[in-house]
Ligand binder design. Sequence first.
Ligand code: GAL
Length: 398
Amino acid sequence: MDKRLQAQILCSIFFLFTIGHSIAQTTVLASTPPMGWSTWNHFHHDISDAVVRAQADAMVSTGMRDAGYVYVNIDGGWEGQRDAAGVLHPNNNFPDMKGLADYIHSKGLKFGLYTGPGPKTCAGAVASYGHEAQDAKMFADWGVDYLKYDLCSFREIMKRDSGGNVQKSDAIMQAAYEKMHRDLLSTGRPIVYSMCQYGWGKVWTWGPQVGGNLWRTTGDISDNYGRMTSIGFREAGLSIYAGPGHWNDPDILEVGNGGMTTDEYRTHMSLWAILAAPLIAGNDLSKMTPETKSILMNREVIAVDQDPLGKQGDRAYATGPLEVWTKPLQGGDVAVGLFNRTSAPANMTLRLADIGWYGSATARDLWSHKSIGVLSHNYTVVVPRHGVVMLRLSKPTP
Ligand code: GAL
């Protein structure tokens, strides 16, 4: 080939690559649901620099990072006092936040932090009211990559300033979330914005407009099957509101914290993956059983959650407490969850026609990691109590 033509082609390829790369960088913060770990569900306020470093170490040594979990999120409990210049200092458990962030980054991980729009967090610590821009700048200087912004005491301000008018109160809340979004943007650092206001005012209908990359859909999860499922299954109907860059958040995972059986934790993980939920582990990563690891690091289930199409799944049909959920995946595959919410094992039948699948399907079981062959109409299987059978369907190769 002529040398000049060759050089021109190379230049064009380089140009397209650079353009593509910069577009990708400016448009796809949280293009798939964020994955990471949070201090909250296991450690609550009992946290320190040493605890967070040890968890970051465990994230790497256990393989969690390589499975996709990258954010190391400090929730409430890091805050100290504001000084006369308005600077918010971490408490004595966190002597060097920038040093901690650098340590986390040096492991190929990202750093998340927590505050709120009110004067106080839910635990009564100092939050960002009146100091939003100053705090945003400090977070960016520290190297924060993810901010959880928790409503807490701002509810009192909404009540005070709205005189009890619900619409006014919602508008005040939305403006507060938008303010921090703008202040984060002004720092120039890409920071995933995690809104936590328990689903108030149907946040999924306005979360993206105020800059939310994810928003909690409910109050707090706890480590039991009843609460976990009441939060997860309540997301039926919300799939239309999620997509790349903006996700419904049914809260931090409880997998590995000990309050549920293996089948119940598999239900938790499967449901969160079908919901395209953020997968933020909430257990002690330095003490994981083989079962916990096999659940949190089930790559086939993670692939459903992280599917690049970015479509949240939804309930396809249910017979009482026997529920069938589906999630469309890139390339025409579909993930299916057969959930048995009763307290005894149950026969469940997947009817391909009822999930809008025409023709036959090859099916793979994502918990046994085995192919189950070609299905033509129905598939009947025993699902354990409080358990799940999760499948991935593909068009058979001709
Ligand atoms: C709650 C929030 C929890 C956790 C906690 C910290 O309001 O929903 O996820 O952040 O505050 O105190």
